[in-house]
Design a protein around this ligand. Structure first.
Ligand SMILES: N[C@@H](CCC(=O)N[C@@H](CS)C(=O)NCC(=O)O)C(=O)O
Length: 215
């Protein structure tokens, strides 16, 4: 198989890359990374010393591609499919990247901060940082709720990389700072994302691992 995705089925950033792969039925070999297993972690860090999943490995082009947004752009460039997640129009592409950055930096990263803090050893928590992260999440919900009232997807009618970013960020954020009672358009958007076959498949594959996520 030309493409390998180093990933874990529970990892939210891996969900973002998986959605892109499933949207276009791109053939790839999934390679599970288990950070609790020293050998698996060391093998992965030999490939990408930063140690963050997912990473795409393209054997045909001898390329190692980290970072979800770059992975999705790489797939669009070299393995295009029916759904163009990044757009050929420069202005539209910039707007997609802005929304992709928004969901990664202002929803996904604060959500991770809350989750990871729950996994820290006793006495090593960062309550101030967690409160800051929760405030950032609430601000992000406020900002997107109005926008989403009139849109099917993050960009409007077309499903794009921004939706790949939004789906796992919002799915897991809702577990930490619930928004269904306060932000009905965000909630309806998450429901549309969950009904999309690519993300429904990702969630089905993650379900056996959900008990590992602290709530
Ligand atoms: N900016 C990166 C973030 C990737 C990331 O944070 N991955 C998490 C899993 S969701 C990870 O590998 N965490 C392991 C660690 O930090 O040791 C991307 O977009 O790919």
């Amino acid at each position: 198989m030309t493409l390998k995705l180093y990933y874990h089925p529970l990892s939210s950033f891996c969900h973002k890359a998986l959605i892109a792969l499933y949207e276009n039925a791109t053939p790839f070999e999934p390679v599970m990374v288990d950070f609790s297993n020293a050998e698996s972690a060391a093998q992965f860090k030999a490939l990408w010393p930063i140690g963050k999943i997912p990473v795409l490995r393209d054997e045909a082009r001898d390329r190692t591609v980290p970072e979800t947004s770059i992975i999705i752009e790489y797939l669009a460039q070299y393995y295009p499919g029916r759904v163009n997640l990044v757009s050929d129009d420069a202005d539209t592409a910039r707007q997609i990247r802005l929304r992709d950055r928004f969901y990664d930096l202002y929803v996904h990263v604060p959500m991770q901060k809350v989750v990871v803090d729950r996994l820290r050893p006793a006495g090593k928590n960062d309550p101030f940082g967690v409160e800051e992260a929760k405030d950032k999440l609430r601000l992000a919900y406020d900002m997107i709720d109005g926008d989403l009232a009139a849109r099917t997807w993050a960009m409007g009618d077309d499903f794009t990389m921004a939706d790949c970013a939004a789906a796992p960020a919002l799915f897991y954020a809702d577990w930490q700072v619930p928004f269904r009672a306060t932000h009905k358009h965000v909630a309806a958007y998450l429901d549309r994302l969950l009904a999309r076959p690519s993300y429904a498949r990702v969630i089905k594959e993650a379900e056996p691992y959900f008990h590992m996520v602290p709530k």
